[in-house]
Design a protein around this ligand. Sequence first.
Ligand code: UDP
Length: 422
Amino acid sequence: MRISMVSEHASPLATLGGVDAGGQNVHVAALSTALARRGHEVTVYTRRDDATLDERVPLAPGVEVVHVEAGPATHVPKDELLPYMGELANGILEHWRRSRSTPHIVHSHFWMSGLAALDAARRFEAATGRTIPVVHTFHALGIVKRRHQGADDTSPAEREWLEPRVGREADGIIATCSDEAFELKALGVASARISVVPCGVDLDHFTPDGPAEERGLRRRIMTVGRLVPRKGVDLAIRALAELAAEGHADVELVVVGGASGPDAERDPERERLRALAAELGVDDRVLLRGQVSQADMPAVLRSADAVVCTPWYEPFGIVPLEAMACGVPVVAAAVGGLIDSVVDGVTGVHVPPRDPGAIAAVLRELLWDEERVRALGHAGRERMVSRYSWDRVAADTGRAYRAVLDRSRREAALRTAEGALL
Ligand code: UDP
């Protein structure tokens, strides 16, 4: 199958440098590569954000990245990209017209890519009579972001009505977790058009065996992620302080993520967390590590007795997968993708959102029970191997594409039959 991926702000090539890559970059790169391994031909369209980039860059055998001129050829924050989506659609359409073989299906990532993909596919159909179905993955939903972040949400106002429109107009939706599927149904997306396929994890890189970063005698809990309030690192600090107040002074919290170098010192969230740890009297046990590369991440994760993932909300959450793939139990807020990925009592323990007392209660039971830590970790690895390999994710995604293509052909046949009757 020939597949066009559209990822307006998150280039899969950014994963190669590692530094600024978020979940979507990793997802598009790994999914495209795994689809190509299964024999598909993948072209990824992304916005040119650097004037020195070639128009076409090979990513892996069977995967090519095409940089489309859409707005200035420099980094533009994603919340300012909406005005350039028409240009992105023009570029995609132009590339389809120039290449001898047009795609069988388009898969867009994030709401603005959905707009560009639908626009390009509609215009292509109007010009040639050929339908190219659009499958869409949101990666995050504005309505959920607004619910939790309120006035701090910097998304453009248009997101509120354009995003649900993408959901209703796309030929198929791939949600990454069941919680997202519920949200989409509430937005008016027909459930028959929604498939749930999770993100995957690199099981050869994130393994339980291999070096672990050295540590002292204390038990070690860890958080990993961007240093933004919604990731809930402060909740882990409060839980640590509760344990300390009960006499468990032998636990440390390693906080991975945030800026590194001179920028790190100016990061207000880092300052807030440092001040909170000092106020609660645990600053000697909270280690703010800053950015860790993907290359070093497995060794760092393996050094933890438990990884604490307690965001306010989480569209999917790749960090819990990485921890489980390394055989480390996850203390997970029961929100978003974590509800599906972390099995309560089997690969980790669920806690209610924004509840440091509940996190402390779980850690109190878990950290000194080495057998349980091992059993949860072992089950986590098994779950990742059986359900979350990129090959499995690509196979499930391919099935979702085929279902959309079949439906689209049936609908086209029905339209032709109706036309003949008129
Ligand atoms: N990450 C990293 N270094 C860091 C912090 C995070 O490589 O210092 C990676 C982490 O391993 C994961 C990704 O960033 O692969 C975060 O993905 P997730 O879905 O958990 O959160 P997002 O940032 O996309 O909201």
